[in-house]
Design a protein around this ligand. Structure first.
Ligand code: SF4
Length: 172
């Protein structure tokens, strides 16, 4: 596993963790391929279908890519050699709000590799969402990944705060 020699700043983490999120499903339709090109310099902004077929720009990112799993098909598996980084909930919530307030994105797609235990990883994601809803008063769209094996109490807490829950194996 590769570690960075100096501490990366938030924008460096966003580049790594935004690219790392590209393999998570978000219903990116082929009709928006040209729009994706428009956002090419922002690796973490993805067009998706909003209400009435409109295009919404999702800020799509991982909370962490420092996975302890080694699933052969996955870009984040622990045996791959590339930089591993984590966002703290405060750091990620603040960063997302900056992009949202600049009107560069319309919603959040949040996922994560499994760093520590499944529940520890899910708790970090949940804290990020809680900060957005309660500290920053964000009322916009949140698409949120449930990691396999997450405790029911964490799933229930997330379900109260987000718009779409995504469980691997489901179609959304
Ligand atoms: S646990 Fe998830 S993130 Fe980690 S290697 Fe497996 S599929 Fe990838």
């Amino acid at each position: 596993m590769t570690y960075l020699l100096r501490k990366p700043d938030s924008s460096e983490k966003l580049k790594i963790l935004g690219e790392g999120a590209q393999f998570d499903v978000c219903g990116f339709p082929s009709i928006f391929t040209r729009k994706k090109k428009k956002f090419e310099r922002f690796k973490f902004i993805y067009p998706a279908v909003g209400q009435k077929g409109s295009c919404v720009r999702l800020f799509k990112v991982l909370q962490s890519n420092a996975c302890e799993g080694n699933c052969f098909y996955c870009a984040n598996r622990k045996d791959r050699d590339f930089p591993r980084v984590n966002f703290s909930p405060h750091e990620l919530a603040r960063l997302f709000i900056q992009y949202y307030e600049k009107k560069l994105v319309d919603g959040l797609f949040l996922s994560s590799a499994i760093c520590g235990s499944t529940n520890q990883s899910e708790e970090k994601m949940l804290q990020t969402v809680q900060l957005l809803r309660y500290k920053y008063g964000y009322r916009g769209y949140i698409h949120y990944k449930i990691l396999p094996g997450t405790a029911e109490s964490l799933v229930e807490a997330a379900a109260k705060l987000v718009d779409t829950l995504y469980k691997p194996g489901s179609t959304r």
